[in-house]
Design a protein around this ligand. Structure first.
Ligand code: ADP
Length: 309
């Protein structure tokens, strides 16, 4: 559905996007994860034809955006970071205004306005002025604006920044609803948990470059991060620990937590093996905890840094 090939963009001597390539299947949610300044908005702006890339090609639904920008605008919906609504107008007033820019016939537009208000779950506030809406509700109306012309592809640029938890959940639910209906979605974020929650594929981006991309499973494999088993023994005497670690050199004793740490390729497969080995070496297990490799561990391994606000 979307092919981005070797796209680069500089602003003066700032290389905002460097040789970025990815492809997205129809109906997929593709996450672009990276810190502020990584180049996420620039990619969204290139895909939405607001910014022209210096190099590379973008094909959306078979259309090369370089040659057919206007045709592409009809099949994409864009939710920019900045909210663009008129405070004095009602929700319906705003939607009719923005929809009018797409030259949708009035009766069809009215039906689309009603439908998008249902999607973002704000029908009950449709006649209220936008200035009475919370930040999160405004963002939901902003999303509704991007859906009025019934696009095939939705580009969302950090849609939950500054949104309270309740509205955040509303946004998550509506993205999941659009996904179920078959929408192809690009979702940029600097929140790990969002990328992990619903992006089927994730591109990790840092200083304009994609460091790795794929499903979470593929990223885990690529990063080489392992699951971790932490085992607390009933008897953590020197003699017992020494016997276990000498018979199992890959088992590490962590004196700070007074527990054994064992890295596994897959906890589910390896746990019984590890338990058996400890018991064979004379260890009595008190407690076991597992730590699966989440996106955070993968990100840290690949970029060497934490992802902060
Ligand atoms: P993100 O969305 O990941 O926060 P951006 O794409 O907004 O990152 O920015 C990437 C880099 O490009 C940053 O260094 C930013 O300052 C720079 N940049 C973005 N847009 C412009 C612009 N119009 N003019 C100059 N520099 C820009």
């Amino acid at each position: 559905m979307i092919q981005v090939s070797s796209v680069s963009k500089s602003f003066g001597n700032i290389k905002a996007v460097k040789n970025v390539s990815f492809s997205i299947e129809r109906g997929e949610i593709f996450g672009i994860l990276g810190p502020n300044g990584a180049g996420k908005s620039t990619i969204v702006n290139i895909l939405s034809t607001l910014v022209r890339s210096d190099q590379g090609d973008v094909i959306m639904d078979g259309i090369n955006i370089r040659d057919h920008g206007d045709a592409v605008k009809l099949i994409i919906g864009v939710v920019p970071q900045e909210i663009a609504l008129y405070d004095e107008l009602s929700a319906v007033g705003n939607l009719m205004f923005w929809g009018g820019l797409y030259r949708i016939p009035k009766s069809e537009l009215r039906a689309n306005v009603q439908k998008t208000l249902e999607i973002v779950d704000l029908v009950n506030r449709k006649d209220d002025q936008i200035k009475t809406f919370s930040g999160g509700m405004k963002r939901r109306i902003n999303i509704a604006c991007s859906l009025l012309h019934q696009p095939k592809i939705l580009l969302l640029d950090e849609p939950t920044v500054g949104v309270d938890p309740q509205n955040r959940n509303h946004i998550f639910e509506l993205i999941e609803k659009l996904h179920q209906e078959g929408m192809t979605i690009i979702y940029t974020t600097h929140y790990m948990e969002e990328a992990e929650r619903f992006c089927e594929k994730i591109a990790i981006i840092d200083v304009g470059q994609i460091i790795a991309q794929g499903t979470l499973k593929e990223l885990r494999k690529f990063s080489g991060v392992k699951d971790l088993l932490t085992i607390k023994l009933a008897d953590a005497s020197h003699v017992t620990i020494d016997r276990i670690t000498s018979e199992n050199p890959s088992f590490r004793f962590d004196s700070a937590s007074s527990s054994l740490k064992v890295e596994c390729g897959n906890v589910g497969n390896d746990i019984s093996l590890v338990v058996g080995r400890i018991q064979k070496s004379g260890g009595v297990i008190d407690r076991i905890s597992t730590q699966g490799t989440n996106l955070e561990a993968v990100y840290l391994k690949l970029t060497g840094k934490e992802l902060r606000d």
